[in-house]
Design a protein around this ligand. Structure first.
Ligand code: FPP
Length: 248
């Protein structure tokens, strides 16, 4: 239902045909796979498999809703601390997704990007990621950003190192310059960060970019987070008053 409160979209932000604010960029922390499996007395792996199966329907629904950029937190720099078996399984799952989905994403004019470092990844895996990114680089539809082997602090530290290595004079370092050293400088900041699985924390995700993002947490575990849940999150976003630190 479109109500009056939806009609206060600040200038420069996207809106749908009814004047309802639509986030241009939605970033998602896909949490709760392990608990989803536990609740079904299944191994954690099955939760990750079900979570992977959920990615396509959520992306399709976000695209249909007019969202232009989606970023998914698939593997953090801290996830290496999980048992070796789970780490290998998650790597293998992401490789499977790349192999099975990239051709179709390319056909749908989706640009795939990677946020994170390729360090520590097997050589063939690195190539697969680079190929997926290269294949879709000129696509003009939605961008799908996969944060894989990604950490927000790690991204910031790497940016500082490269600024120093480039010999940038101190007086030239400002927010605009700093942004150019992030993994995807041209990607707009997320308007909405969704976290499934019930926690209320950012967990080292997009630390710089989420400074003014609206945060939405739902207890629903990621494998169960379907199109209606996406709609609820978008509805909640449309009702928020974004002020970016200003009074109005
Ligand atoms: C968090 O659940 C989920 C992860 C650490 C992995 C998420 C990755 C996928 C769903 C694969 C997606 C693949 C692509 C290419 C986007 P958890 O294990 O922390 O769950 P818990 O908190 O219930 O234990």
């Amino acid at each position: 239902m479109i109500t009056q409160e939806h009609h206060n979209v600040p200038q420069g932000l996207a809106a749908d045909a009814h004047g309802r604010a639509i986030p241009a960029h939605v970033a998602i922390i896909m949490d709760g796979n392990g608990r989803w499996a536990q609740a079904r007395r299944q191994p954690r792996k099955e939760g990750h498999r079900a979570g992977t199966g959920n990615v396509r329907r959520v992306i399709q629904h976000l695209a249909k809703s007019g969202v232009k950029h989606v970023t998914l937190f698939a593997f953090s720099t801290e996830n290496w601390e999980r048992p070796q078996e789970e780490v290998s399984f998650l790597m293998e799952l992401v490789r499977e997704v790349i192999r099975s989905e990239v051709a179709e994403l390319h056909r749908q004019n989706v640009r795939v990007r990677h946020l994170g470092t390729l360090d520590r990844l097997a050589r063939e895996f690195r190539h697969e990621i680079e190929e997926a990114v290269g294949l879709t680089v000129r696509n003009t539809g939605m961008t799908l950003n996969v944060a894989f082997n990604y950490g927000g602090r790690d991204e910031i530290v790497r940016a500082v190192r490269r600024i120093l290595a480039d010999g940038v004079p101190e007086e030239d370092v400002d927010e605009a310059l700093f942004r150019r050293y992030l993994y995807c400088p041209e990607l707009p900041d997320p308007d909405l960060v969704i976290r499934t699985g019930g926690e209320f924390r950012i967990s080292n995700f997009l630390l710089w970019q989420s400074a003014y993002s609206e945060f939405y947490s739902t207890p629903t575990h990621w494998p169960d987070f379907g199109p209606e849940d996406v709609d609820r999150a978008l509805e909640a976003y449309a009702r928020r008053q974004r002020r970016f630190g200003k009074i109005e």
